[in-house]
Design a protein around this ligand. Structure first.
Ligand code: NAD
Length: 506
């Protein structure tokens, strides 16, 4: 496979470190870990493998900086965010190439993701004049009740590998605009995009300590961020399993948590849909980012009346997807992020075969892409609702197909999942549309359209998909602490419940 861009960009020569209290730093243990390019299995960078001690130091720095940061006006804070957005755009091509090199998604998708990161900073900068509270009358004359939204303090942000640029931006921007300081920890698979972003924040002259970066294992560095009393809020985007561990760790000091966890999006195609459009949407919703997206269409429910025809068209379209070097503009599907992630996919397919499901497309490592962590677009038909393929998150380019007889059955099956993030419905029947809106218990429904989620939408989920929201004003609110002030300017008000009770009648 051609390596073109990786030679042109010698990441190994770059200095990749952690960033604590305004200084670029190695791990206190001096240990390091390698970042692998999943398209060719080459080491592209070596980064510090941080420790609990590093995490503690970063939290202390964030705590120290928070008091001053809080008393900048939101408009001053917004200026930093706008500068970061500008710098992201100025460096877009480099950031996109770093992202592709560490994660494997096609460069085209990386450019879109990096642009999304810039918009996150821009979007939340716009809230500077809109961190609104309430003023209410009290129960007695000349009293006011003022409900304010204050910063929580120090936010610990923990992010996954599948969108290493935008998931961190979506946490940093609302945390910073509301006056919090942050310690952020990327996935060890893909730390480079966060390092690049923090370099830009430094260039934007963000005051020292306001944003800190630690890198290291979730079980140690991440656990310290969750357990340490300095963290007022732990915000994780990651698997449901990690979410559970973080909830438990945070419960020791009753810290707030925002958890954006696993997904298992159902995609329903009904007999009255615009089939050509539904097909385009279904293909993209399953295979973008090589199926490694929390909102990926992870299971397809096809109306029995159109199933054979739709499936045939789906197979044809899936077969035509170009697998290859993610920096090649013709590539639709790059590699998966890691060998481990690919093995999970392979195990799902093997189990399906053993259980008698029909692998009607793919299911293997492509012959001409043995180097790198590639996997074929895979379609499995005749799958039962209780199968692991339907109940568990696959997180790769594999889609199980279930045939349904009625729209209500499709909804029932869709809801039969521990996850509740995104869902897709293709129908032109207005009753079905209304049913989809009210009865599909998922945080998002894409009705006759596809994602990704938009900045003004609340990204959130039912059941084990998590707690809280990202994006929108609701995402912003997660980074604030409500405070109610009761104010009395009626000197010595005649309150009926003061002592002595004497002969007062209640
Ligand atoms: P992961 O849970 O393995 O890791 C996510 C982050 O959590 C990493 O930085 C990791 O080091 C850290 N971590 C792991 N264990 C920890 C612990 N005990 N304490 C503290 N931190 C810990 O997830 P992943 O494999 O990187 O990402 C894929 C998962 O993320 C999928 O389940 C996907 O659905 C989910 N995801 C969800 C959304 C969403 O918006 N809901 C978006 C993207 C990805």
């Amino acid at each position: 496979m051609a390596v073109g861009v990786y030679e042109a960009m010698p990441l190994k020569n770059d200095n990749f470190k952690m960033y604590i209290d305004g200084e670029w730093t190695d791990s206190s243990s001096r240990e390091t870990s390698n970042v692998i390019n999943p398209a060719n299995e080459q080491i592209i960078a070596t980064v510090p493998k941080g420790t609990r001690e590093d995490a503690r130091r970063a939290l202390e720095a964030a705590k120290e900086a928070q008091g001053k940061w809080e008393y900048h006006s939101p408009l001053e804070r917004a200026r930093y965010l706008e500068t970061i957005a500008d710098l992201i755009r100025q460096n877009k091509e480099r950031l996109a190439r770093v992202l592709t090199a560490e994660q494997g998604k096609p460069l085209y998708e990386s450019r879109l993701e990096v642009e999304g990161s810039a918009v996150n900073f821009e979007y939340y900068a716009e809230f500077a004049r809109r961190i609104e509270g309430d003023v209410l009358p009290g129960d007695y004359p000349r009293q006011s009740i003022m409900i304010m939204k204050l910063p929580i303090g120090v936010v610990s942000s923990i992010t996954p590998w599948n969108f290493p640029s935008s998931t961190v931006a979506r946490k940093l921007a609302p945390a910073l605009i509301t006056g919090n300081t942050v310690v952020t920890k990327p996935s060890s698979n893909t730390p480079l995009s966060t390092i690049e972003l923090v370099k830009l924040a430094e260039k934007a002259e963000l005051p020292k300590g306001v944003l800190n970066l630690v890198i290291g294992p979730g079980s140690e560095v991440g656990d310290e961020l969750a357990t340490n009393k300095i963290s007022g809020l732990i915000t994780l985007t990651g698997s449901t399993d990690s979410g559970r561990k973080i909830m438990k760790a945070a419960s020791g000091h009753v810290a707030k948590v925002v958890l954006e966890l696993g997904g298992k999006a159902p995609l329903i195609v009904w007999r009255d849909a615009d089939m050509e459009w539904a097909l385009k949407c279904a293909i993209w919703a399953r295979f973008w980012n090589c199926g490694q997206t929390c909102i990926s269409a992870e299971r397809m429910y096809l109306d029995a009346q159109i199933k054979e025809k739709f499936l045939a068209a789906f197979l044809k379209a899936a077969k035509s997807l170009m697998i290859g070097d993610p920096t090649d503009s013709a590539t639709d599907l790059g590699p998966m992020v890691s060998k481990d992630q690919r093995e999970i996919c392979q195990q799902f397919v093997e189990k399906a075969r053993e259980e008698g499901d029909k692998v009607v497309l793919g299911g293997s490592v492509p012959n001409d892409h043995q180097k790198g962590f590639f996997f074929e677009p895979t379609v499995i038909d005749g799958v039962g609702q209780k199968s692991d393929l339907i109940q568990e998150e696959i997180f790769g380019p594999v889609v199980p197909v279930v045939t349904v007889e009625t729209f209500d059955q499709a909804i029932e099956y869709a809801n039969d999942s521990p996850y509740g993030l995104s869902s897709y419905v293709y129908t032109r029947d207005s009753t079905n549309v209304m049913k989809a809106m009210y009865k599909i218990k998922f945080g998002e429904s894409y009705i006759n359209m596809i994602g990704p989620e938009q900045f003004q939408g609340a990204h959130t989920g039912f059941r084990q998909t998590g707690i809280g929201a990202e994006g929108s004003k609701y995402g912003l609110e997660c980074y604030t602490q409500l405070k109610t002030n009761y104010i009395d300017w009626n000197e010595k008000p005649d309150l009926p419940y003061l002592f002595p009770y004497g002969s007062k009648v209640a």
